[in-house]
Design a protein around this ligand. Structure first.
Ligand SMILES: [Zn+2]
Length: 183
């Protein structure tokens, strides 16, 4: 008699089961509708997953699964695509989630709008304001897109609020730091 071995199956099968057990987004905890699977922060497409035919057993899967996460489509796009942003989109999204009472839908709209605006400004080589005030003083006004201009303006102000909060947090931190340096 040999020791019973754990049955090996292709990785794609484990992932299929994994996908079915995931009900909420690993980032924003929203109920999942369309699922995006990521491995170490990178989106892996359905087609790519179907081709993962390495045979592993349950033990192998337990190690492998730590690299995988199920995200909603919104978070998948947000965390895994276009990392070089004109705006700090991820910070902004977290700010809206944590510091405001906005609904998921409204947050999405703000994020999508700001991301579009960032691409628009970046494509024209417009430098980002050096301080939070720059988001309120209309200095970007001449470069806002001609359609839905007001929506972009509103998103920009909201982003300015986030930047103001950021600046104050940093200033407060440095203040504390210099005080403690005295002692
Ligand atoms: Zn999500």
């Amino acid at each position: 008699m040999t020791v019973q071995q754990l049955k090996k199956r292709p990785l794609s099968r484990f992932l299929k089961d994994f996908k079915h057990t995931q009900t909420h987004c690993a980032q924003c905890a929203k109920l999942l509708d369309r699922i995006t699977l990521t491995r170490r922060g990178e989106i892996v497409s359905k087609t790519a997953i179907a081709q993962l035919d390495t045979l592993i057993d349950e033990n192998g899967w337990q190690i492998e699964r730590q690299s995988w996460a199920a995200l909603c489509r919104f978070c998948g796009d947000l965390y895994c695509k276009e990392q070089q942003h004109y705006f700090d989109i991820i910070g902004f999204k977290e700010y809206l989630f944590e510091q405001t009472e906005m609904s998921h839908g409204t947050i999405r709209e703000y994020v999508v709008r700001l991301r579009r605006l960032g691409n628009h400004l970046a494509s024209q080589n417009i430098p980002a304001p050096s301080s939070a005030n720059g988001y309120f003083d209309d200095s970007l006004e001449p470069w806002l897109p001609p359609t839905s201009t007001n929506n972009y303006r509103i998103a920009l102000r909201k982003y300015g609020q986030f930047q103001t909060l950021n600046q104050n947090t940093v200033a407060h931190f440095q203040e504390n730091k210099s005080t403690s340096d005295i002692y």
